[in-house]
Design a protein around this ligand. Structure first.
Ligand code: CP
Ligand code: NVA
Length: 305
């Protein structure tokens, strides 16, 4: 039994296996192959924060694999009325085979997982978004042929997605340059963990210089969920970090642009770049589905896989 709270809960071998499985499942879906690898298995999905991609891709993933997903909003559960996390975790463990949760505070996930006897999957916390970056690696592999020698430039806010991406590059021995304004750097605990994993991590506050040798430019919103009160200051501080035509022109000709979505056009990325030839953003969103299936199979597939 394994939880997926941080991308670094996976070994490089496990992560590679998930990516290969995702590729296989993607091919099967395109061929219209009917699978029931998760027949009679149930996934509880608990959302403390909104979601489009994570919610729908996990639910469809369970359906495609012959299983069932329950979409549970925090406030509609007794959790919203104060039932302890530790009680909810123990009760749900008796009904379902895994729990996927999107929470404000990473500590909520850790507490839930410590009382859960079934795998708990991080569907986004303030600290990490591991499922997102698993599908991102799949997208990079598709566009660049392999993950080897790929260099990523993260430009913007050093947030939850950035944290997981840094750890993912460390696991897969890829290079990453992080370009943020001062005070928007990734979480210190993540940098420490990345160093332990021998990450090829560099910091370059000038975005033009950061993208020069990049194969992938990745950005995300400047105001993440739960940071709405800081909006004005964030938009001002992060203004020079927009992904626009000028920045793309400073990068390699075959650079690809990624964004986990939802995007705020005109803030972290221009409409022109989002809709332009370098953008792989919608293929990236599709891959959430294929990657979720592989994650689920790996965690709860058992003998049905
Ligand atoms: N990228 C992502 O996790 O999207 P949602 O917030 O829509 O799930
Ligand atoms: N960093 C964003 C990601 C949304 C998928 C947030 O936490 O809101």
């Amino acid at each position: 039994m394994k939880h997926l709270l941080s991308i670094s809960d996976l070994s490089p071998e496990e992560l590679s296996e998930i990516l290969e499985l995702a590729e296989k499942l993607k091919t099967e879906r395109y061929k219209g192959v009917i699978t029931d690898y998760l027949k009679n298995r149930s996934l509880a999905m608990i959302f403390e924060l909104p979601s489009t991609r994570t919610r729908v891709s996990f639910e469809v993933a369970m359906t495609d694999l012959g299983g069932h997903a329950l979409n549970l909003s925090w406030n509609e559960l007794q959790l919203g009325r104060g039932e302890p996390i530790k009680d909810t975790a123990r009760v749900l463990s008796r009904y379902v085979h895994a729990v996927m949760m999107r929470v404000r505070n990473h500590s909520t996930l850790e507490e839930f997982a410590s009382y859960s006897s079934v795998p708990v999957i991080n569907g986004l916390s303030n600290l990490e978004h591991p499922c997102q970056v698993i599908s991102d690696l799949l997208t990079i592999k598709e566009y660049k042929g392999s993950l080897e020698d790929v260099n990523i430039a993260w430009v913007g806010d050093g947030n939850n997605v950035c944290n997981s991406l840094i750890l993912a590059t460390a696991l897969m021995d890829m290079g990453i340059v992080v370009s943020t304004p001062p005070k928007y750097e990734p979480d210190k605990s993540i940098i420490k963990r990345a160093k332990e994993l021998k990450a090829r991590l560099n910091f370059e506050p000038n975005p033009m210089r950061a993208v020069k040798d990049a194969d992938v430019i990745y950005t995300d919103v400047w105001v993440s969920m739960g940071q709405e009160e800081e909006k004005e200051r964030r938009l001002e501080d992060l203004g020079p970090y927009q992904i626009n035509r000028r920045l793309i022109d400073a990068a390699k000709e075959d650079v690809i642009v990624m964004h986990c979505l939802p995007a705020h056009r005109g803030e972290e990325i221009t409409d022109e770049v989002m809709e332009g030839a370098s953008s792989v953003i919608f293929d990236q969103a599709e891959n959430r589905l294929h990657a979720q299936k592989a994650i689920l199979l790996k965690l709860i597939g058992g003998e049905n896989e």
